[in-house]
Design a protein around this ligand. Structure first.
Ligand code: MN
Length: 133
């Protein structure tokens, strides 16, 4: 089985636990996590995941800056980046898209929406409907 790796950068352990359980609903996905922006940058550079999910309010470097730095690095620029944030104002969403996020999900986590997004951004063995190109 070809494994896919998802990185989640989040400072709230209970959100990490919920996310871990959601990912468990899809076979073949490995989760790696970091609890702040600087660690998240190192995590993504080390693992080169297939998808990065980023909380916006992070200690140190926030999620917007982390997204910009990942985009600026040719080794991580191509990785799809999803914001997962409690901030739900239109300006928050706009700023996230400007920073380079492909999608914006709000907390509390909408599990069906998250699963649908995983299936869309991780086509292949993790998707029941995905077909190889
Ligand atoms: Mn946070």
């Amino acid at each position: 089985m070809s494994l896919r790796t998802v990185a989640y950068v989040e400072d709230n352990p209970s959100n990490v636990e919920v996310f871990r359980q959601v990912l468990g609903l899809r076979p073949g996905l490995t989760l790696v996590t970091a609890g702040d922006g600087i660690s998240g940058l190192a995590l993504v550079r080390a693992h080169r995941p297939d998808l990065v999910v980023i909380d916006i309010d992070l200690p140190g470097m926030d999620g917007l800056e982390l997204c910009r730095r990942l985009r600026a690095d040719p080794q991580t620029a191509h990785i799809p980046k999803v914001a997962l944030s409690a901030n739900a104002m239109p300006r928050d969403v706009e700023q996230a898209h400007e920073a380079g996020f492909e999608a914006y999900l709000t907390k509390p986590m909408d599990v069906p929406a998250l699963i649908a997004l995983l299936d869309r951004l991780l086509p292949g063995p993790a998707s029941p409907t995905g077909s190889p190109a």
